[in-house]
Design a protein around this ligand. Sequence first.
Ligand code: ATP
Ligand code: MG
Length: 460
Amino acid sequence: MTLSTIDENVPNEVLLQFIERERCARKQAEELLEQKSRELYLSNLELQQSTIALEKTAQRSKAVFDTAAEGIIIFEGDGSIECLNTAAKSIFGLHADGEVANICQLLPEAAFCKLDDQSCFVSNLKELTGANNEISGRRVDGSSVHLEFVVSTFSHGGISSHSGIVRDLTRRKALEAQLATAQKLESVGQLAAGIAHELNTPIQFVGDNTRFLQESFMAIEEILKHVDKILEEGQGNDAVRRVAQSVQEAYETFDLSFVREEIPLAIEQTLQGADNVARIVRAMKVFSHPGTKEYQEVDLNSSLDSTLTVCRNEWKYCAEVETHFCSNLPRIMCLPGELNQAFLNLIVNGAHAIQAKKKDTLGKITITTRREVDHIAIDIADNGTGIPLAIQNRIFDPFFTTKGVGKGTGQGLSISYSIVVEMHKGALTFDTVEGVGTTFHILLPMDPRDAKPGALKGQT
Ligand SMILES: Nc1ncnc2c1ncn2[C@@H]1O[C@H](COP(=O)(O)OP(=O)(O)OP(=O)(O)O)[C@@H](O)[C@H]1O
Ligand SMILES: [Mg+2]
């Protein structure tokens, strides 16, 4: 029965009962509707919260992916790249997504990249999974980069993909090489110090004995002159003339006039040679003195002199050296072994810059020391190539070099900077004119132990 079908004769109570039933039914329906709406609202709210949480997770994963210090490359079974992060782009010198389509273009030397057959590619990849493999990668500019590469495989939506973590080993390898060189140099230094010590005594004998021979020969020469005079003056006497003749024959047999001329020259040269060796031995002893890392009072003029002697071979074929040493330079407190190393780096750089200029005549390295009010100034100047403007702000960077393999490692200036500025609280700056030359200025406090860092600012 519905309202429209109600008969006019239906009694009122029945009608009222009917209305009451209708009201209850509507109320129930309304309550149900309200309950459902509430449920809907709650699940909607839950959905919203899950969406926000999901978005956050996605954003976090993306941020982790993008900012990871190691390069990450996601690629498929055939090597095609899905995506790579910022670190991977910078390792391979990529500027945009999609610049390189397949991982084989980045790792052409990896064994799995040399396989045409995809199943071999994947099974080969599996061998690399989890292991730290060292391989060579190729940057987009064609240069190669030494890498560590670790692969893992994951599946999403039934498809399996691979992620490769790449780490640039160039710096680590360079540091290992640097350490090996430093260790080698240290042992060579110790060896040199030992040899210098051993050479010191015999070379002193050679010098002293040669000087004795020189004096003795001068006496013999005087006697010979005396004999010559007697024989000449006694020419009127037959007996003397006979003696003179046999003496003359003996002179000729032994080529005495030649010997008398040559012996003083030979002695002179031997003395010069012995002096040179003695000077080199002294310089080697100063230079290769095992660094005690303790501050000592040092005369920098003689430090520079020793350094010039030790590296003479580096400059003598391309340059002459002029020194303007301040005659009353005060001794300063310093780490002599370290400072000698800095001087050596700057002198050798000067010689290299002169060689690079490829002139027929000798270049010039000029070293000046000055006494200033509260510090000492040293200038090491060369008339080599000069430093081009484009690289002037990079020369102190570790590993920055414009020299070929085997000639430079790009560490000389960064080491010198840390010796002068950090260890001695001094300043190291330069002036340069391209094609004309370069002067490095070193300022050193009298005692770095009570100097303020950065107090000496340098002049450029
Ligand atoms: N006196 C100079 N004249 C011209 N260029 C220089 C001079 N000194 C340094 N440079 C430039 O600065 C770069 C860095 O010098 P640094 O001494 O650090 O390294 P290197 O000489 O190349 O190698 P290393 O010193 O490790 O053997 C050099 O490669 C060169 O280009
Ligand atoms: Mg150098």
